[in-house]
Write a protein that binds this ligand. Structure first.
Ligand SMILES: Cc1cc2nc3c(=O)[nH]c(=O)nc-3n(C[C@H](O)[C@H](O)[C@H](O)COP(=O)(O)OP(=O)(O)OC[C@H]3O[C@@H](n4cnc5c(N)ncnc54)[C@H](O)[C@@H]3O)c2cc1C
Length: 396
């Protein structure tokens, strides 16, 4: 793979880095102190600035107003945006909308695209993705209790989901439900169905209170009860039994973007750690950086960042040049490797800051709590290690 960054992308990255430093870093403390709804007017102003800079929706289709950057380039943009907790939202490429838009664009009917995909890209509406269930293991995606039964021209959905991120205030959900229980393969039993969140029977029970997450608005995670929730059959996405095919499509490039955002977080924490180590005195004449143990934290963190970055860009290159299927082993490896590397880097940065690291005077403590989830969502560490190990051993 080639490592050069084109002039065009370098110019975009420079603009994003400047914007993050000037416009987003100064308002970061708000996320510790304000409700998301209170922050919304200020965030909307920033989103408008991004639109005027023509940097809106770097990932999404051009015909709907996005930049449609290829995977390798969008990956680097995610790294730059990851340096601020608000980066992705302000640039119109936050999860779970990003993944939903991707599959709507690829598999949606023309009507579905106009009704859901276009306004989601434009940032006029938000969406959520409801797959994980309360009663059964989310790590086993073929085991779903939620059903969508045909009745006349409709599907009637019943089931109990949770962790529907960003459900609060969203306009529609993409719901994974069993439509074909008689299918021979467990992988062909479920489908994705678009459900407007104001449909009777779509009952948001609560926003779950989660370590490090604010608990409402776009940064929330909901429990949802589907009780005879009726939607037209035309709301099916990509055809009956296609749920897992679409889920794989959604998660491949999605994991590249998660990992690059995490590398952005590592870069930020690394900068904070190094600058603090250079200025914090441990004696009247020595700073923390003079200590060899602090130098080893710096070196280990640099190694975590560099190895993560090379692995993720290499995986993005494989996806772009050979397809998602060829990259399955690498996607699993980066998912657990980078999530753990990020936690090590955040932890060292917190440690070097001492008591200051535990406070909300830097974003490190927020990252420490907020990003713990990275080792669980989109496949827990164990699931990816088992999958990668199985694929590797198959070759022997
Ligand atoms: C912040 C956050 C956001 C999320 N957003 C969404 C969303 O938008 N939409 C959505 O549908 N879901 C979402 N999820 C849910 C997430 O995808 C699931 O939590 C995840 O898939 C794990 O499923 P589970 O919680 O049911 O854990 P389980 O499957 O019950 O597993 C529990 C633990 O067991 C271990 N384990 C699991 N399988 C194995 C195995 N085979 N061998 C050994 N150990 C194993 C792992 O350590 C795992 O953490 C989100 C979760 C979080 C934390």
């Amino acid at each position: 793979m080639a490592f050069e960054v084109s002039e065009k992308i370098q110019a975009i990255l420079d603009m994003i880095n400047e914007f993050v430093d000037k416009e987003l870093v100064p308002m970061e403390r708000d996320i510790f102190e304000k409700e998301p709804a209170e922050m919304e007017p200020e965030l909307e102003k920033k989103r408008e600035m991004v639109r005027r800079m023509e940097l809106w929706a770097p990932l999404h289709p051009k015909e709907y107003g996005g930049m449609a950057l290829p995977l390798m380039e969008s990956a680097m943009v995610f790294e730059a945006l990851g340096r601020s907790p608000m980066g992705l939202y302000v640039f119109g490429c936050q999860a779970p909308d990003a993944g939903n838009i991707e599959i709507l664009h690829k598999y949606g009917t023309p009507e579905q695209k106009e009704k859901y995909c276009r306004p989601a890209v434009e940032g006029k509406i938000r969406s959520c993705f409801a797959m994980t269930e309360v009663e059964v293991a989310g790590s086993n995606p073929t085991w779903l209790l939620t059903t969508a039964e045909k009745d006349g021209d409709d599907y009637v959905i019943n089931g109990h989901k949770w962790y529907a991120s960003s459900c609060d205030g969203s306009n529609f959900a993409i719901v994974m439900a069993e439509t074909n229980p008689e299918a021979e393969s467990n992988h062909m039993k479920a489908s994705m169905i678009i459900v407007p969140t104001d449909t009777p029977g779509f009952n948001m029970v609560r926003n779950i209170s989660i370590m490090g997450h604010v608990g409402s608005g776009y940064n929330s995670h909901a429990e949802v009860l589907f009780q005879n929730c009726r939607v037209p059959q035309e709301n099916i996405l990509g055809g009956e039994g296609m749920g897992f095919v679409l889920a794989q499509e959604r998660l491949g490039p999605g994991r590249i973007h998660h990992c690059m955002r995490w590398i952005g977080i590592m870069n930020r924490c690394f900068d904070l750690m190094c600058s603090y180590a250079k200025k914090r005195r441990r004696t009247p004449t020595k700073v923390l950086a003079d200590s060899d143990i602090i130098k080893s934290y710096v070196a280990e963190s640099a190694a975590d960042i560099l190895s993560s970055r090379l692995m993720v860009l290499n995986t993005a290159w494989v996806i772009e040049n050979k397809g998602v299927k060829e990259a399955m082993k690498d996607i699993s490896i980066i998912k657990f490797h980078v999530a753990n590397a990020m936690q090590r880097v955040i932890d060292r940065a917190l440690q070097v800051h001492g008591g200051l690291g535990m406070s909300d005077d830097t974003p490190i403590a927020w990252y420490y709590a907020h990003e713990r989830a990275a080792r669980i969502y989109d496949g827990a560490d164990e699931v990816h290690k088992i999958s990668a190990g199985r694929r590797i051993l198959r070759e022997y």
